[in-house]
Design a protein. Sequence first.
Length: 423
Amino acid sequence: MIKKHKPKLIITGWIFLGLLGVFLFSVGLSSFLYDAIINYKTSIKILFSIAGIGLIIFSIKKSFTCIVKGVGNGNNDKDLNKEKINHIIYRERVLAKGPKVVVIGGGTGLSVLLRGLKEYTANITAIVTVADDGGGSGILREDLGMLPPGDIRSCILALANTEPTMEKLLQYRFSEGKLKGQNFGNLFLAAMNEIYGSFEMAVKETSNVLAVTGKVLPMTLEDVILYAELENGEIVEGESEIPKRCKEISSKIRKVYIEPKMSYPLIEAIEAIEEADLIVLGPGSLYTSVIPNLLVNDMVNKIYKSKAQKVYITNVMTQPGETDDYTVLDHVEAILAHSREDLLDYVIVNTEEIPQEVLKKYTSDGSRPVILGKEDEQILKEKGIQLIKENLIDIKKDYIRHNSILLSQLLIEIAKKKPIKSI
């Protein structure tokens, strides 16, 4: 096996070569000028000067290439074109000075937002729900006793700076055999969990491997279970069962809660919230992705006391069995009911019309666009919440998502403003 040299040693070697070039150039120049002017004859020292200049230029180029390769996560020389180098420098120098943003939630909505947000700041902390118990994540949770990796994996990949092939590999889902339906990225996190003996360390090390911009943190390290109390008084256990049961008996959710109730957030998550310029809730499943994070002990209090602007991003579409017929205000009131009345500063809502041919796919499943009710805007204003209305949808392959770039631009603008409320 060929051993790879450590980048620091390589860079040190090129710097040494450059210093040698400076020495040779100085030796050559010192007497060459005298000989050239006084004696009008060339000297062997001209060769020292030329060699010195050459070594200086060569060492600077090689040192710069090594630094860029290290920053760029080990790209080959052939990949280091001008555009890529400029992007790396921009990411490391400009984005590092961007606002500190904490995004709280889970599911597809959160990962979509993160892909856009990393283009505007490198100071991102994603606090992700670990209450899910369905699909491949649920199987790993039950079989291995680990926290569900699905939402965590999606957020890590959204913030990763890796090659397309690696992303395809980690997104790959097996279609045959005993692993049918299982995601390779989930298995990778499960392996890291076994290696390090800690889900927290597994997430950190996976983030390091994939050169993640910012941090991805689970909402808690406790093995929490999500429960819902329905309007008919029934209690439903399990994140994946809640929308199913609501649809079966046509009953809406009154509130959700987690067991054990004394579950605690990570210290890193609390520190990020305290230092944040902006705290974002959503987008994502209201009761099963966003609100569960607020149920962790003292999380709401820490968010409220933070100097950051607090923003909630409503979903574009309602979710069958979870937010049927919900307006913007219904979403906001659910957030406030599980936190406190004065938690939010802003609410962002999409007002762009969705093409009918795309809507058909969703309406057939019982999903509808999330709309502003007649009095929603006035009621939000009375609550001290500023409503931001924009065209924010992005349709790809008939799937409706938020436009992550436009949404991120809005968020960065908010992050740079002074807080509306004083604590």
